[in-house]
Design a protein around this ligand. Structure first.
Ligand code: FES
Ligand code: MG
Length: 601
């Protein structure tokens, strides 16, 4: 395969009359001195004039790994193999750092930096002499930031995931990075483990280099990059330390050079069809509730119309096929050995449920050609389409008088929760319950133990959206009070909020509610003890309050100057709040979405 690709590249190089984009900097016929200036500093680390001024594409390697970003840190190693691939295919590799986004450490929340990393990458790719770029992805927001930039720039681009870390164990039990945090928090709240126990348990879930090995946002977004066609088939799921990961890095380096000569750009790959394939894949893998935010953002930047109704239309009725935590029991290594994403795409394809098998991906072939004949040998990890883990496993798009738009991932609703909340034979898809309302995570932590919460309470978190908690906090997954847990509560209480939820948590939650409280949406007028009706069949969430009461509360809210938010702590938080749109629209900066095809200009 490598030889064919190299032979192909040879042909392209000699036959291509097209000038490389980098020639505008490095090979200017109108001004040799300026070209010399552009290239001279790249000589001082050993590149030669011949390399830089000849017909060799300059390929950026957008390095997202560093000591500050440990999930992606293994890319410092993998980049060597990417370079070798680029070099073998006749390109010149130029590696540069991207703005780090470490999900687990960045305060107040890592999503705040998705748009910052996006903007800085757009600037770098547009203003330096790149002909193509390898985007090194991994930890949650690093992948969407890269794909958003690729969409805006429209320079040939391909993603390489860092890969999930190895499986973690607590004695013989599998414990997943990410999900273990929520489990340890519950055991700590119920008094089963002490402070040191929490630290030990969480560390045992983090066994090696790589990103979270559960189907959190990292595994989700990298699977979706592959499903979109922006990464090589089979590349997303390879665990970080496996030899296949380095081999994939090499192949990715080869491929990007081919993409440059073929002129295959993000807008050729990330079409509406590709997004619909990705939505279908997201249901089948049990993808994170952050996926709609990020995929809708990428779509906005590439100019594809995509909204939350598309998510429900394309994705809701598809089944969950992958038995991975948090919806299931296995972890990243099992997923890879069972065939990874191609095995899952093949299940959809063979059952006529892959919406667009003829979409063309980064390697120039159709999805069908890439996944045909793939099959999982481990049916406890990748379920057959005919006997799925869960049917109708996609997201519901909910509306009502509490918000205009929110999503719910139904595949993580437990049996115990269904029995407690959704078992009225006359009305099996709906429940009514009172609420306990918290204004941000600090308020929740301060008051949860004293709040009026019983086994039929909906926990509401507000002030946690893009404006309220700049960047939108991952805090809507709330744990019941310790006293209730000690009484043996068998399920997670339902949560509703204008913030996000970690892709690694498994609560039955209604998330990303827009408009958020900080925009004076109706979440802002909700009070402790109010009752809500959640009707999954009607796709609605409504406050059981008379319209006159809603009106009166709204008037009072506005008279009081609107919902109170904490002041911005940094210049970026302030800029972010001025520019950002709602979660339902991908939390992009609307002003940035009018820029397209920058690389061509
Ligand atoms: Fe980086 Fe989970 S914290 S992938
Ligand atoms: Mg996360």
């Amino acid at each position: 395969r490598v030889q064919t690709l190299e032979a192909k590249l040879q042909g392209k190089r000699t036959s291509s009359a097209r000038k490389l984009r980098s020639a505008r900097w490095l090979n200017r016929e109108d001004d040799r001195a300026i070209s010399a200036l552009y290239l001279d500093r790249y000589l001082n680390y050993g590149l030669t004039q011949e390399e830089l001024s000849s017909d060799k594409p300059i390929i950026g390697i957008a390095q997202s790994g560093s000591d500050l970003a440990p999930c992606n840190r293994h890319h410092l190693e993998l980049a060597h193999r990417v370079r070798e691939g680029i070099r073998s295919a006749g390109g010149i590799a130029v590696e540069f750092p991207t703005h780090p986004i470490q999900e687990s450490t960045r305060r107040p929340t890592a999503t705040l930096d998705r748009n910052l990393s996006y903007l800085s990458l757009v600037e770098l790719l547009s203003s330096y002499p790149f002909d193509g770029v390898v985007l090194l992805t991994g930890c949650d927001k690093t992948t969407p930031a890269c794909l958003m930039a690729a969409a805006t720039i429209n320079l040939p681009a391909i993603c390489l995931n860092v890969g999930p870390m190895l499986n973690g164990y607590d004695k013989r039990e599998l414990i997943g990075s990410g999900t273990v945090v929520w489990k340890a928090r519950e055991l700590h709240a119920s008094g089963d483990i002490d402070d040191k126990g929490v630290l030990d348990m969480v560390s045992r879930g983090t066994l090696s280099a790589g990103h979270c090995n559960t189907m959190g946002t990292a595994s989700t977004m990298n699977a979706l990059a592959e499903a979109l066609g922006m990464a090589l088939p089979g590349s997303a799921a390879i665990p970080a330390p496996y030899r296949e990961r380095g081999q994939m890095a090499y192949k990715t380096g080869l491929q990007i050079v081919e993409m440059v000569w073929s002129g295959r750009r993000p807008s050729d790959i990330m079409t509406k069809q590709a997004f619909e394939n990705a939505i279908a894949a997201n249901t089948a893998i049990g993808g994170s509730t952050n996926a709609p935010i990020h995929l809708n953002a990428i779509a906005k930047h590439v100019g594809v119309d995509l909204d939350l109704d598309d998510w429900e239309k394309v994705g809701f009725e598809l089944p969950l096929l992958l038995n991975l935590q948090p919806a299931g029991k296995y972890l990243g290594e099992d997923y890879f050995r069972a065939g990874g994403l191609p095995a899952i795409m093949a299940e959809l394809l063979n059952n006529g449920k892959l919406p667009h098998p003829d979409a063309v991906i980064c390697n120039g072939k159709t999805v069908r050609a890439n996944v045909e004949g793939k099959q999982s040998w481990d049916r406890d990890v990748v379920y057959p389409f005919s006997e799925p883990m869960i049917s109708n496993a996609g997201f519901l798009h909910l509306k009502g008088n509490l918000f205009n738009s929110a999503i719910m991932k139904t595949s993580v609703i437990s049996k115990a929760f269904r029995e407690a909340f959704l078992s009225d034979p006359k009305d099996p898809d709906a429940f009514e319950a009172k609420v306990a309302v918290f204004d941000g995570p600090e308020d929740y932590n301060r008051r949860i133990e004293e709040a009026d919460v019983d086994e039929r309470t909906i926990l509401v978190m507000r002030g946690a959206g893009p404006l309220g908690y700049p960047g939108a906090a991952e805090v809507v997954n709330m744990t019941a009070p310790g006293a209730l847990l000690r009484k043996g509560l068998k399920y997670t209480l339902p949560c509703i909020g204008d913030g996000r939820q970690s892709g690694t948590s498994g609560s039955p939650s209604i998330l990303n509610a827009s408009p958020e409280a900080a925009e004076n949406g109706n979440l802002a007028i909700l009070k402790d003890g109010d009752r809500l009706r959640v009707d999954l069949k009607q796709r609605s969430v409504n406050m059981l309050l008379p319209d006159s009461e809603i009106e009166a509360r709204r008037t009072q809210l506005m008279k009081d100057g609107g919902y109170k938010i904490v002041p911005s702590q940094t210049p970026w938080q302030d800029i972010f709040r001025r520019e950002v749109g709602p979660l339902s629209e991908g939390m992009v900066f609307p002003a940035s979405t009018k820029f397209r095809n920058i690389a061509e200009k």
